[in-house]
Design a protein around this ligand. Structure first.
Ligand code: B1M
Length: 637
């Protein structure tokens, strides 16, 4: 019988293990439940690893154990993507030429980095509330780049840095894990310099504007990071590691295909080229929507895709993943975290999912069963245990099932060659240039065109509806079809936003923004804001007056703001199943404050659906930003 380590290594290398390896990730669940005293009775007082081993599971050793690091400052420079983890075989070193000033204020750490080129500041937060929800990583509250010039300072900070080997600590970590798991190392968790910039230096939404408007500065900074990434690869190549994480949070909207093809794939290939001959495998944490990235990843040389989150949480079924990937890529994941929540997935569906999973993964080679992204704090732990039992009963390899069909090659070239389709012919040629300016996100050009039409006495409302909104709608359609990507949509909405502001004094009273005020925010405990920002920008773009309350907004704050701002609509966003219940609380609190009748409450976010919206008494649900516009229009009539 193989050990956990042998089984995992076989799966990673494409050899046949004796059994499907099962390595559920339980850090978030464990951190929250041990701190809140709610671990299952039989596991009280145990460590996370003791629990996994006593259940017979392999240890999930992909992500560093942020809470147990010998270096108390291991996460101090998180906002730069510089971590001093015992699990990382490469560490950064700062030079004396960079002055570092650190200020700790309660849960907040502020840092100023000064070089000959200037200063940048960052702020990270790690609060008790975050600990209780299981989070182990500080949140970047203030990103290093707040203006294009900051990118030059960052280039100087990194231009003055070096990387060194950290083999000894990693060897000790390997020895500690022993035969119970397969330790994965990392350097950063980005797939190369541009991804590093996206993940750490800029606010998640702001990145897309920079990517479009400040490419030269982005690429200049990427060039400063590149030698460190190159050297890191050479250090990894000589290290005792067997697998390295190279990229995380892949998602076809965020790490959209053209950027992925142009800036990620070459670095994945480079990693493969340097590490492959040393028998070191590369792994990515791909917990988002992968449909648009599947072929690119297949061709990139990536060995393992970890945290693979299939339908029903995303668009791709586990069968499809296996069919399209398993000739080259080991799939590590397959259990969407919602599967562990009986309130969302009833017992019958849970059983069906598991039956289909076992029959949909071919021979079972190149497959490691795990939870994507991680086990939620409120998971039904017994479901995890039962899955372990199923693996023991049915998971002997080779499984007796279907085979895969290799996918087309040439995807990178196809994505890079893909052109935006021409906009459909406008119904009214007076607005052709307006539409074009919106589609291209050209703010100044758009305002210039608006001025011309105003001089020709075209009604402002007509300019908005037949020019700008019509263009935005066609752009949304292209976004849905995957021919236009997030930076273009955000730039178009931003340009529209500016043009609508410009037009406001010319609009009839009834058509002004004041005619529709929307309050929007991400609920308490939830730090996801990319989708919420898109919704806010698009609503602004079509002329609504949007007040954005940001993220992690408490129930009381929503109620207070509704009283102050008197919006027609309150839009709530939640990305976590654990924070969805906050939406019900907001509606309850509004009712108690006798404010429910004054405002329509609409909800959205990946785990939310129409049933949930009905159940909590919301006035509507929108699946995406385009639907949110229609929904707002329909609820305020
Ligand atoms: Co998070 N994360 N994350 N994450 N993350 C998800 C949501 C997850 C589904 C990943 C997975 O399991 N596969 C999972 C939740 C699972 C669950 O709850 N069952 C998850 C997890 C577990 C976590 C952490 C707990 C991870 C950890 O610590 N191990 C942690 C929690 C932090 C916290 O909030 N307390 C965490 C952290 C993060 C990052 C910080 C790394 C980053 C967020 C960065 C940021 O937002 N500034 C992140 C990301 C990027 C994701 C994924 C990969 C992508 C989310 C995203 O931005 N999508 C996500 C995977 C996924 O969703 N499949 C995942 C693009 C965006 C445009 O789409 O947000 O859906 P979306 O918005 C859409 C619609 O939903 C809708 O319109 C938008 C535009 O079309 N919409 C609305 C959104 N809000 C609306 C409001 C409306 C209407 C429509 O009002 C009416």
């Amino acid at each position: 019988m193989m050990t956990h380590r042998q089984r995992l290594l076989n799966a990673v290398r494409g050899d046949m293990p004796d059994h499907i390896p099962y390595a559920p990730r339980i850090d978030l669940w464990y951190n929250a439940n041990s701190l809140n005293g709610t671990l299952p009775q039989r596991h009280q007082g145990k460590t996370r690893d003791q629990i996994a081993l006593s259940e017979g599971w392999a240890l999930h050793k992909v992500v560093a154990d942020h809470l147990h690091q010998p270096n108390p400052d291991a996460m101090l420079h998180r906002a730069l993507g510089v971590h001093f983890m015992k699990e990382y075989v490469v560490h950064f070193t700062f030079s004396d030429r960079v002055k570092i000033e650190i200020k700790r204020e309660g849960d907040r750490t502020r840092i100023r980095y000064t070089t000959a080129k200037g200063s940048i500041t960052t702020s990270t937060v790690y609060s008790q509330e975050m600990r209780r929800s299981g989070t182990s990583v500080p949140w970047i509250e203030e990103h290093a780049a707040k203006a294009p010039d900051d990118l030059k300072v960052l280039a100087d900070v990194f231009g003055n840095m070096d990387v060194v080997a950290n083999y000894e600590a990693f060897k000790a970590h390997q020895a500690e894990v022993g035969e119970n798991g397969l330790p994965v190392t990392a350097f950063t968790v980005a797939a190369g310099p541009v991804h590093h910039i996206q993940k750490y230096f800029l606010d998640a939404t702001e990145f897309f504007h920079y990517y479009r408007d400040h490419q030269p500065e982005i690429l200049y900074l990427a060039d400063a990071l590149a030698p460190l990434y190159e050297k890191a690869l050479r250090i990894v190549a000589e290290s005792p590691a067997e697998v390295i994480q190279w990229g995380s949070n892949f998602d076809d909207m965020l790490t959209f295909p053209p950027m992925f093809a142009q800036h990620f794939v070459p670095w994945i290939r480079k990693a493969k080229e340097v590490l492959g001959p040393k028998n070191i495998r590369i792994l990515c944490h791909t917990d988002g929507e992968n449909l648009g990235l599947m072929d690119l990843l297949h061709e990139s040389g990536m060995d393992v895709a970890e945290a693979v989150c299939p339908a029903p949480m995303t668009k791709v079924s586990i069968q499809e993943y296996y069919r399209r990937w398993s000739d080259r890529i080991t799939i590590f994941g397959g259990l969407p975290s919602n599967l562990l929540l009986p309130q969302l997935i009833p017992e019958k569906d849970f059983q069906n999912f598991m039956d289909e999973l076992f029959s949909g993964i071919g021979t079972g080679v190149r497959f490691i069963l795990g939870v994507a992204d991680t086990t939620p704090p409120d998971a039904d732990f017994e479901r995890l245990v039962r899955i372990g039992d199923m693996v023991r009963e049915k998971g002997r390899l080779p499984l007796q099932a279907g085979a895969f069909n290799p996918v087309d090659t040439g995807s990178v070239a196809k994505v890079l060659a893909k052109k935006e389709p021409a906009a459909p012919a406008p119904p009214d040629t007076r607005f052709t240039k307006i539409r074009q300016a919106v589609l291209e996100g050209q703010e100044q050009e758009l305002i210039g065109q608006v001025k011309e039409l105003l001089q020709k006495k075209v009604a402002p409302k007509e300019i908005i509806d037949h020019g700008m909104v019509a263009a935005m709608e066609s752009l949304n359609q292209s976004f849905k079809n995957g021919t236009v990507f997030i930076p273009e949509v955000l730039a178009a909405a931003r340009a529209m936003n500016a043009a609508v502001l410009f037009l406001e004094p010319h609009l009839a009273e009834k058509d002004k923004r004041g005619g529709g005020k929307i309050l929007i925010g991400t609920v308490k405990g939830d730090l996801h804001d990319i989708g919420k920002n898109m919704v806010a920008t698009m609503l602004r773009g079509v002329g609504f007056n949007v007040v954005d309350l940001g993220i992690n907004v408490a129930v009381d704050a929503f109620v207070k703001k509704v009283a102050e701002e008197r919006p027609q609509v309150l839009a709530l966003s939640a990305l976590l199943t654990t924070t969805m219940p906050e939406m019900r609380k907001v509606i309850g609190a509004l009712t108690q404050a006798r404010a429910r009748e004054t405002v329509k409450v609409i909800v959205g976010g990946a785990p939310v659906n129409q049933n949930f919206a009905n159940d909590i008494g919301a006035d509507g649900y929108a699946k995406d930003a385009a639907e949110a516009i229609d929904l707002v229009r329909s609820v305020i009539g």
